[in-house]
Ligand binder design. Structure first.
Ligand SMILES: Nc1ncnc2c1ncn2[C@@H]1O[C@H](COP(=O)(O)OP(=O)(O)O)[C@@H](O)[C@H]1O
Ligand SMILES: [Mg+2]
Length: 77
């Protein structure tokens, strides 16, 4: 939501989807209509304190990974 606001995206939409790839696996996808992650930042996305925002902290994405790890899951895998 912050990325869409910051980039002044005319259309602001978040799409959340779920799928069961097999009986033991739940797959969740979250897509936004913002600018996306720049290719040059992809390899740093999960790094603690990495941020491109003036007032960012850089903990949101790493925390998402620690939550999925704690549930034997994975993110962006
Ligand atoms: N949905 C997104 N769209 C585009 N870039 C994103 C998105 N989510 C995260 N990012 C990029 O990853 C960086 C780190 O995100 P995050 O860990 O949530 O920290 P913060 O929000 O404090 O910057 C952001 O600064 C931004 O560059
Ligand atoms: Mg964030």
């Amino acid at each position: 939501m912050q990325q869409m606001e910051q980039s002044q995206s005319p259309k602001r939409k978040i799409t959340i989807g779920t799928d069961t790839t097999d009986a033991d696996t739940l797959q969740c996808s979250i897509e936004d209509s913002g600018p996306g992650v720049a290719q040059m930042h992809m390899n740093r996305l999960f790094e603690s304190f990495f941020t491109t925002k003036d007032n960012g902290i850089g903990m949101g994405v790493p925390i998402c990974r620690s939550i999925t790890d704690a549930h034997d899951g994975c993110i962006a895998c």
